[in-house]
Design a protein around this ligand. Structure first.
Ligand code: SAM
Length: 295
């Protein structure tokens, strides 16, 4: 959305960019002015009171903390690539999850950040610069056109796929109907949702075809079954043919996938009302990966 929606009902989460600052130092610095505590699930996430405006805060300006919600901050740790791995962020801009991956991997290994849209590539590069990460390669390319068999990609061990989606889980989208220019029920536009779901399915299938991929995480900021459980269900046979199976990211998290197929309990959902935003995460792991990246 082009406008900022002040959401007064949910806490303001900030993710500490551990490439630049450790969590305790950020806690201490922010604690001088705000009431702040650590999140109980994610070690690099801090919780501030709802409505706290940090946009001009020096720690935001210098890239020490990112204004990133809790659900969005769960995706890189759900994938949990090991330091030293080669990792692909398939739909990367503006790059919040890309730089989170870099922090998670403690600067070790290489991250390829792929983004189709040229203007958004600029934002991606700005985010990367701000984060201080130096092991990210940016690619202005259609993820679907990347050939998994070429030597530059045949070593990719983990893929983060956060494709374009309806955004129906975001606060901005939920308040859309308040804008006179936007008719209510935008997300009942089945044509648009079907188009998005078609791309999401294709992109997931493409991710499974990377020969050394051991883990693929799929996420959306949508609450629509058609972009979430339905996409996962439809690609499951292909996933299984490549040796991937669904596993449970954050087993202690209570909200799971809608019970529309066997295995949907592995999926993770966040609830817009309870968690501030509606998000979806599916994690696929391959037990018998070829490990062609290993020597
Ligand atoms: N992961 C990002 C983050 O956390 O900051 C947000 C990604 S956003 C939901 C999806 C992105 O995918 C958009 O920037 C869009 O331009 C890009 N995209 C759409 N189709 C693509 C494709 N075929 N190949 C690569 N990127 C694509």
């Amino acid at each position: 959305a082009l406008y900022e929606v002040p959401d007064v009902s949910v806490p303001r989460y900030v993710r500490v960019n551990t490439l630049k600052l450790d969590t305790d130092s950020a806690l201490c610095e922010l604690g001088k002015k705000y009431s702040v505590e650590k999140d109980n699930l994610l070690p690099d996430l801090l919780i501030l009171p709802p409505g706290t405006d940090l946009h001009d805060h020096p720690l935001v300006k210098n890239g020490s903390i990112f204004l990133q919600g809790k659900a969005s901050s769960m995706v890189a740790p759900a994938l949990a690539p090991e330091p030293g791995w080669e990792v692909l962020d398939a739909c990367a801009a503006p790059g919040n999850k890309t730089v989170h991956l870099a922090a998670f991997m403690k600067r070790k290994g290489r991250i390829i950040a792929c983004e189709l849209n040229k203007d958004r590539v600029k934002r991606l590069k700005e985010t990367i610069k701000l984060s201080g990460a130096s092991n990210i390669v940016v690619l202005n390319e259609d993820f679907l056109n990347i050939d998994p068999e070429t030597p530059s990609y045949s070593k990719v061990r983990a893929i983060l796929l956060d494709p374009s989606c309806s955004g129906s889980g975001t606060a901005a989208s939920r308040l859309d109907h308040l804008l006179p220019s936007k008719a209510a029920g935008q997300d009942t536009d089945m044509g648009r949702l079907n188009k998005l779901a078609t791309f999401q399915r294709k992109a997931l299938q493409h991710a499974f075809s990377f020969p050394a991929a051991e883990k693929v995480v799929y996420s959306t900021c949508s609450i629509n079954q058609i972009e979430n459980e339905d996409v996962v269900k439809s690609v499951l046979p292909i996933a299984e043919s490549y040796g991937f199976q669904l596993v449970t990211p954050f087993p202690q998290w209570q909200r799971r996938g809608l019970p529309v197929f066997e295995g949907s309990q592995h999926l993770l959902r966040t609830d817009p009302a309870e968690d501030g935003e509606g998000f979806f995460i599916a994690l696929f792991v391959r037990k018998d990966a070829t490990h062609s990246a290993k020597t």
